[in-house]
Write a protein that binds this ligand. Sequence first.
Ligand SMILES: [Zn+2]
Length: 380
Amino acid sequence: MTPSAPRRHTRHTALHLACAMVLGIAASAAHANGAASAHGTVVQEPAHAPAPASAKPDVHAPAAKAPVAAQRTPGDPQLVVDRISAALSKQSDQNKLHVLVGDEPLVPKPQADPHAAPARKARSAHGAVQPHGYTKARAAALAGHAAPSAHGGEVHWEYEGEHGPEHWGQMKSDFNACSSGKRQSPIHIQSTDTAPGPAEPIEFHYSGSGGSVVNNGHTIQVDPMGHNWIKVRGSVYQLVQFHFHHPAEEKVNYKGFAMVAHLVHKNEAGQLAVVAVLMDVGTNNTFLQKVWTRMPLDTQDRVPLPDELLDLNELLPSDQRYYQFMGSLTTPPCSEGVLWMVMKQPVTLGADQLKLFTKLFPMNARPVQAVNGRLVREAM
Ligand SMILES: [Zn+2]
């Protein structure tokens, strides 16, 4: 998208890729979990994910979980190397796929590699058939946002109009969960639906990271390179990417928020865990400023970040209690099986910071979805 033209959707291609990426992640997750996904495969995705469509065995998931890796600690340098290697090899496969697919959304084979995603430099102008482009898409997908696709022609979704949220489920079979799913995100969290009580703290292990920031057509997304992971419910989830929505997709007791950051993580089984950090307008956010300073202005535009520039600890609220529930990606393919953790305490961003984002994305939030009796745990 162009900087000033908030066209929310001009860049269909970009969008697709993002979606694809998302999907890929989702798909992987699904396989891993064994959950059923929208496509008939399992669904587990983080916030937005894509679809993984293919029912083929997930290459990723398996790869991701190498036995060896399992024995290492997340911060182990060798583990990182392994991940990068795995990512690169996947990338190769994807490239092939890309060529074969042609006009189809890349989405189909989602591979999600959370790790990989950070992917390097995929920059193509519209999803071109570039290896890197594919990677980028993947990353986007992971994030829940789409990845641009190689060419137009793919299914492209938006936040309003004929390609808006109410139509996502009918746009493509892989997107069926968007309309038929019963555990969709985002949701309106209300005290009447929550189960207050003790909850384990989320162990955050974030550190200074570089990487790159991309405008994938649906949002601004950061694909970090570094050692960033969380541990919750006995599982280690690596940070794959994080991105933003305006307004925040979540609502809490009838209150809306100006923005939300979705930190998308994935464990070795391919399951997604998204940490949502809500933001109200107030004091300038120093963490956001570092990203906004390098804001990519065009769809598919990607800007590298200095090493160790970003430390997500700076974005987290001081009170780290949260709401926890199962949901889905908030972008097509809307895969379910995603573990959501919404931080209860919002942080702030400056009015000018919000304005810059809205120039690019006037509105990129999916409406709240039915809770359908889901239990929402409220950490006290
Ligand atoms: Zn999101």
